[in-house]
Design a protein around this ligand. Structure first.
Ligand SMILES: *[C@@H]1O[C@H](CO)[C@@H](O)[C@H](O)[C@H]1NC(C)=O
Ligand SMILES: *[C@@H]1O[C@H](CO)[C@@H](O)[C@H](O)[C@H]1NC(C)=O
Ligand SMILES: *[C@@H]1O[C@H](CO)[C@@H](O)[C@H](O)[C@H]1NC(C)=O
Length: 706
């Protein structure tokens, strides 16, 4: 029994702490990244002088996290050599030095690994060559030096990409500077002096640069860039041009090729790059920069070098030998091949080694004797399992929350925060946030999940295909996930695309979107009985209102809508009272941008959502498939102030949710190991462009205007 005095005291403390601006309001945001949980990328290498086989393929990175976009430096800067311990003397092979991007510890870092190999079972006996070993060579020592992390980018979390080590400088892409306008990409090229840590921006402000490549002499850097025009919503080929500038300070910047991406230097006056041709094929082109005279588009001659009939892209070059990724008709896999510019001959590199694996973004050793690339390490030789919850670093100072990538779509937390419901396609699942207790609660294809705040174990979802028209059969159901019969209670009738259920905090009502009028608008129905127990129309108009979420205090419903430009694909976030008053716009991404999937924080003061506000951060073709590679997770205060970016990557981040408890920021593995390597290559590379002549003149494509 509580005495009244104690009760008042408790009440006082409750209010005092509640007013304290959230110091005890620790919460968790989880979101989905398409495919990323199963990447398990490591960097591998094959020699160019021997027939490719498993016996001569070396795994260079250590099987931790996701490692990609490698670079073999020609030498190590003195400041680094002093940081490396003495080489292991019993090993007579020289080490591989590898610079690469790694996503370990929840953010992007650039690492340098020096990897020493030895033969297995040789007792330290000297062999003339590493490759004369009969059994597979193994790593006998690895020295790992983080080169660039959060410290070098002003303490700001960012995506880091495509590193090159030239002298004392690391050249790389980072997304730590906010251009301050919606739908502008944050990707820019930076140079960090490894000795001093001094970092300078090489990309002009108001411009985004992707895919930097440094010339063999180190003097020039080439990038793919939109120039001043900016990202225009492309998700397949970016409409970039190639620019070059002085690596030293970014000066003498000049456009050398219109329409092209992923530059690679053959020598200091020859650039290779990729471009999607008018005949539909991605091909590699050569651009010769004149030694003398003005540099510019007019003085540069370009020529297609890989033929139509296959996709060849993301070139690396060693003089006139190219390493390219290819997609050939009839093959579902992305492979690395060598291409001799003079003879026009391709040589397979990775297909004989792992025919049913995607290989990405090749790079040469300085003498051309090795080609590196990344691929999924599979389940066999990696450390650890696929992650159910992967901790992601973020810097929002307030409110206090942990951030996780979740390996499932449309996650939502149970009211006590202990369980997460989510969908896979097909099926609805529930799992404890520590990875235990996984169960499938429905076989149906469903999307969006939300827990009833009052009735234990009740989860609402919408059953039917997602991204469908107004008349598609989708209905809202309630599932009691603790009931072994797993019966679904259908709450809407008629199947006119009824989706995105979100219950009111008292559990009495559900807001949802429906296409029943011929347009997707918002409705409110009785939570127990469904629409037959009571149905009210909340919004009305010839546009789409969707992805609604009810605030914890019951006063507001957040939703996404294209009402300002119906059918354009542009969505903004709005707020409305449940009685239909108070409509206001919360956030818009640039002009024609997308903001979707709003979800209130447990205290109602913030909203998390996904948006293209940060543009794209890398050429989509350098990654596996992402429908919306621009998707990043942001938060904003419910009054529309303090927009903050949480995620930085080149993947599709979406369907965020905000849970009521704080989960310690540490990775949680799937108890059963998970599903590594189950991602797909870019869908838009699948179709062989047979419709148009695949016989088109090579020169014609070379001069195709944008
Ligand atoms: C990663 O986290 C571990 C453990 O917290 C820490 O020891 C290590 O220094 C971190 N590495 C980087 C590159 O931040
Ligand atoms: C609608 O709801 C809001 C928020 O609860 C309230 O402030 C307002 O007075 C209501 N308006 C009407 C017309 O009921
Ligand atoms: C391709 O071009 C060659 C030479 O012009 C011609 O003989 C051949 O018929 C063409 N093939 C197709 C499929 O158009």
């Amino acid at each position: 029994m509580k005495s009244p005095a104690l009760f008042i005291l408790l009440l006082f403390f409750y209010h005092a702490s509640a007013d304290h601006g959230g110091s005890n309001a620790q919460t968790t945001i989880v979101f989905t990244t398409l495919g990323r949980s199963s990447y398990a990328f490591d960097i591998y290498t094959l020699p160019t002088s021997l027939p490719p086989s498993k016996a001569v393929e070396l795994q260079l990175t250590d099987g931790e996290s996701v490692n990609f976009n490698g670079y073999f430096p020609s030498s190590l800067p003195p400041s680094l050599v002093s940081r490396l311990p003495d080489p292991v003397l019993s090993i007579n092979t020289s080490p591989f030095h590898l610079v690469y991007v790694t996503e370990r510890n929840g953010s992007h870092h650039v690492f340098l690994d020096s990897v020493y190999y030895g033969g297995s079972g040789n007792g330290g006996k000297r062999k003339r060559s590493l490759l004369e070993e009969e059994s597979r060579v193994s790593v006998v020592n690895r020295v790992q030096v983080p080169l660039v992390g959060v410290e070098q980018t002003g303490g700001r979390v960012s995506m880091k990409d495509k590193p090159t080590l030239v002298g004392e400088s690391l050249i790389y892409v980072s997304t730590h500077e906010d251009p301050g306008v919606g739908r502008a990409s944050w990707a820019a090229v930076y140079s960090t002096q490894l000795g001093s840590g001094l970092t300078r921006r090489l990309t002009p402000y108001s411009v985004a640069d992707f895919s930097p490549a440094v010339s063999p002499s180190g003097v020039w850097t080439a990038v793919a860039s939109y120039g001043e025009t900016g990202w225009d919503g492309d998700v397949e080929e970016l409409g970039t041009d190639i620019y070059v500038f002085l690596t030293r300070d970014g000066s003498n910047r000049v456009k050398v090729v219109e329409h092209g991406g992923w530059p690679a230097w053959g020598d200091d006056s020859t650039l290779y790059f990729h471009r999607r041709c008018h005949d539909g094929w991605w091909s590699v082109f050569m651009a010769v920069l004149r030694e003398n005279g003005e540099l510019g588009v007019e003085s540069v001659s370009t020529q297609r070098v890989t033929p139509p009939g296959l996709h060849a892209f993301t070139p690396a070059a060693n003089k006139r030998l190219l390493a390219v990724a290819t997609r050939r008709p009839g093959s579902d896999y992305r492979h690395i091949e060598l291409f001799d510019v003079d003879s026009g001959r391709f040589t397979e590199l990775t297909k004989p080694v792992s025919p049913k694996t995607h290989h990405l973004n090749p790079f040469f050793s300085p003498d051309g004797s090795w080609v590196g690339y990344h691929k999924c390490r599979g389940t066999g030789n990696g450390k650890g399992n696929t992650l159910l919850l992967e901790t992601v670093q973020h810097q929002a100072p307030e409110p206090e929350f942990s951030l996780f990538r979740f390996d499932g779509s449309f996650p939502s937390f149970s009211p006590d925060g202990s369980r997460i419901a989510y969908v896979d396609f097909p099926g609805v699942y529930v799992v404890n946030h520590d990875g235990s207790g996984l169960k499938k609660v429905s076989e149906e294809t469903a999307f969006s999940t939300a827990w009833d705040p009052k009735r234990k174990g009740v989860v609402y979802t919408s059953v039917g295909p997602d991204f469908a028209s107004e008349t598609t059969a989708v209905d809202i159901v309630a599932i009691n996930v603790d009931d072994e019969s797993r019966s679904l209670k259908k709450l809407t009738v008629g199947g006119k695309n009824n989706a995105f259920p979100s219950p009111s905090p008292d559990g009495k009502w559900i807001v949802f979107r429906s296409g029943r009028s011929g347009h997707k608008n918002l409705y409110i129905m009785d939570a127990l009985e469904g629409e037959t127990g009571g149905l009210f129309r909340l919004t009305e108009g010839p546009w789409s209102d969707t992805m609604c979420n009810w605030s914890p205090d019951g006063e507001w419903i957040a939703f996404a809508s294209d009402r300002e430009s119906p059918g354009s694909g542009s969505f903004e976030l709005f707020l409305i009272h449940p009685n239909g008053t108070g409509l206001r716009k919360l956030v818009q991404s640039g002009t024609g941008g997308r903001t979707n999937h709003p979800w209130f924080s447990p205290d109602g003061k913030h909203i998390v959502f996904t948006t293209d506000y940060g543009g794209v951060s890398a050429e989509p073709i350098s990654n596996p498939h992402h429908y919306q590679p621009y998707g990043e997770i942001f938060i904003i205060r419910s009054d529309g102030s303090e927009l903050q970016r949480l995620t930085h990557n080149s993947y599709e981040d979406g369907t965020p949710t905000w849970g009521p408890i704080y989960i310690q920021p540490k990775d949680i593995e799937w108890p059963d190991g998970g599903d590594a390597c189950s991602f797909e290559d870019c869908h838009w590379l699948n179709i062989s462009p047979t419709s148009k002549s695949s016989n088109a003149s090579i020169a014609q494509c070379a001069h195709l205007p944008k």
